[in-house]
Ligand binder design. Structure first.
Ligand SMILES: [Zn+2]
Ligand SMILES: [Zn+2]
Length: 255
């Protein structure tokens, strides 16, 4: 069943895993109460959308956490496909303003014309789309790119996406507690100096504090794959008593 589910069009993170395609990197297809949201369409997103049986024309919203290529390189190709070359506009794009404008936008100008509504993410801003509310609860610290966590809520369900970023205390208080599902970009098995990415240690702290009903780890680097994400997810499950799983390419989870 697609309603209230997420499907992983990729689970790779970090330069080697993504740009050698050791894992896919197409982002996440989220369905919340019937609304289809594509989050972070990285390299190969368009291909994976078809591979896993979706149709880009069914996308209602594209949401991008930040402008790094592993999170948005396919944005133009996906929008071209979703809009049948502008014949049917994309209803909503949510992204930081350095994705859509500025000196070096990722979104091409001629593709931009195919989008009905663009909302720029800002910390605390609430965007409404029918009965769905989209929020950016926490601005992340992440090199060279404005980066925001994303919260999607309807009356019934809350889904939270925690993208890449350096761990800091606001991540423990800014995100909502008891979400139905949280997805964490968990790049490393332990904190690595000089890299603004979350590690298992950070994510464990967040899960303990925020108590989502379910948590999924994704965006794995080589050290993470070597450490075995499944084993690490089980460990957090034991210490927090919250169901935690490690994502696989193509995996679908209901919430
Ligand atoms: Zn990044
Ligand atoms: Zn990343």
């Amino acid at each position: 069943m697609l309603k209230n589910s997420i499907t992983f069009l990729g689970t790779g993170g970090g330069r080697v895993v993504v740009f050698r395609q050791i894992r896919y990197s197409g982002g996440l297809w989220v369905n919340i109460e019937g609304i289809n949201i594509l989050i972070d369409p990285g390299p190969g997103s368009l291909i994976r959308i078809f591979e896993f049986g979706f149709d880009p024309r069914d996308i209602d919203i594209i949401a991008v956490s930040h402008r790094h290529l592993d999170h948005c390189s396919d944005i133009n190709a996906v929008i071209e496909s979703a809009t049948d070359s502008k014949k049917r506009p994309l209803k909503l794009l949510v992204a930081p303003d350095d994705v859509t404008g500025g000196d070096d936008p990722v979104l091409l100008k001629y593709i931009k014309d195919g989008i009905e509504r663009i909302e720029h993410t800002e910390e605390g801003k609430e965007i409404e789309f029918g009965n769905l509310k989209i929020k950016a609860p926490v601005k992340h610290i992440h090199e060279g790119a404005k980066t925001f966590g994303l919260q999607f809520s309807t009356g019934n369900k809350t889904f939270v996406y925690v993208p890449c970023g350096k761990f800091y205390d606001k991540m423990l208080t800014g995100y909502p507690e008891n979400a139905d599902l949280m997805v964490f970009n968990t790049t490393f098995p332990r904190p690595v100096d000089g890299y603004s990415h979350l590690s298992i240690v950070d994510v464990e702290k967040m899960i303990k504090r925020l108590k989502p009903k379910k948590a999924v780890l994704t965006h794995f680097s080589i050290p993470m794959l070597k450490a075995d994400p499944i084993k690490l997810a089980k460990k957090i499950n034991k210490t927090t008593d919250i169901p935690v799983v490690a994502a696989k390419d193509g995996m679908r989870i209901q919430f």
